[in-house]
Design a binder for this molecule. Structure first.
Ligand SMILES: Cc1cc2nc3c(=O)[nH]c(=O)nc-3n(C[C@H](O)[C@H](O)[C@H](O)COP(=O)(O)OP(=O)(O)OC[C@H]3O[C@@H](n4cnc5c(N)ncnc54)[C@H](O)[C@@H]3O)c2cc1C
Length: 321
């Protein structure tokens, strides 16, 4: 497995996007490393459902610690060896010394994974805790971009924040940081998920104004089709963000005033919202759309079908979300 894939030419996210864009707007999907076997089976069902839809790449997040971290490496390796999907491994600086990070970068290469998303990661105790650098580790994601660049033949992406990173001094400082990560060798960025397309467009304008050369690199918008009010509330809490009032209004109206939210109605509204955002982003020239899937294929594939990016939504009858 290893030798077969280490001999493969290393395809980059940017090349894959450019190739697909000749025919249609590209899209990509994000998975998280599941905690148990049932969760892992679900991830593989989603991966198999997406495979024939031709995503540009599939990214797998990197957990805060322990076994889910090992799962990221194993899952991206298996995606590389058993599917036609292009895997991207997220890698964070949290809790790692530079030596450990070098070892991890090598281990991704050993399983045929050459596309990495370089991130600082959130503090181990949660997004609102103080960031504490590992004594022999890195302070900022830009240093991880440099470390990966020095490690050899890798293609690196970074995170971007349409609403600004919650810890940033201001939007200009945050934009300067994104530009620094791109100048350090990142080939593209994937944005934090957002609900106001204008925030994305303003970020793109700021990056282009700050450095036109870096502004030409793909700024891939992150979207999440909402399937439940409860889960999206939890998600924005993890991001230390907020749902805009107009979006919340639409969702709460759909949820109704019963003791339980009307999940079908919320789901319909969530998919309509993601479709509207996706269409506007395509009209505004976004290079590709990146979907946070929570390891389910159905909702994302419905949005893709609505946008005419695939022929029909994933049938996957047993997969509700
Ligand atoms: C697409 C995407 C995927 C993600 N995947 C994961 C994942 O898999 N696992 C995970 O744990 N987290 C993930 N995250 C969350 C991310 O790790 C956190 O949001 C983290 O707090 C910031 O990471 P970063 O790479 O942007 O950090 P950085 O770019 O290092 O920025 C961190 C903060 O420091 C500021 N800053 C940077 N440089 C300087 C400087 N020189 N001086 C002063 N301030 C500076 C920035 O403005 C920002 O506020 C993801 C985020 C996104 C958008």
């Amino acid at each position: 497995m290893t030798s077969e894939h280490s001999e493969r030419p290393s395809v980059s996210v940017v090349d894959r996007i450019a190739e697909i864009a000749k025919g249609r707007t590209p899209f990509s999907v994000e998975f998280f490393p599941p905690r148990d076997e049932a969760g892992e089976a679900q991830l593989w069902r989603a991966a198999r459902a997406f495979e024939p839809m031709g995503p540009a790449f599939v990214s797998v997040t990197y957990g805060a610690g322990g076994t889910t971290r090992d799962r990221t490496a194993r899952i991206v390796g298996e995606l590389a060896s058993t599917t036609s999907l292009l895997p991207v491994a997220h890698l964070t600086a949290v809790g790692h010394s530079v030596d450990e990070l070098r070892g991890l970068i090598d281990s991704f290469a050993a399983v045929g994974v050459r596309n990495l998303l370089a991130l600082r990661g959130d503090p181990q105790g949660g997004v609102r805790q103080e960031w504490v650098k590992h004594p022999e580790g890195l302070e900022y994601a830009v240093e991880l971009v440099e470390l990966i660049g020095a490690a050899g033949d890798f293609h690196v992406g970074v995170a971007s924040f349409p609403e600004g990173h919650p810890r940033a001094v201001d939007l200009d400082a945050d934009t300067a940081n994104l530009v620094a990560k791109l100048r350090a060798g990142a080939e593209y960025s994937i944005s934090q998920m957002f609900f106001d397309v204008d925030d994305y467009l303003r970020l793109r304008d700021r990056v282009c104004a700050a450095d036109p050369e870096q502004g030409a690199k793909p700024l891939i918008p992150g979207l999440m089709p909402i399937t439940s009010l409860r889960s999206v509330r939890r998600m924005v809490e993890l991001m230390d963000s907020e749902i805009p009032a107009t979006v919340l209004d639409r969702l709460t109206r759909a949820a109704g005033d019963g003791p339980e939210e009307d999940r079908d109605a919320v789901r319909r509204e969530g998919i309509a919202l993601a479709t509207e955002m996706g269409q506007r982003l395509i009209d505004e020239g976004a290079p590709s759309l990146h979907f946070c899937t929570l390891n389910f294929a159905r909702a994302t594939s419905e949005v893709l079908a609505n946008l005419g990016m695939i022929e029909q939504a994933s049938p996957a009858p047993s997969i509700r979300r």
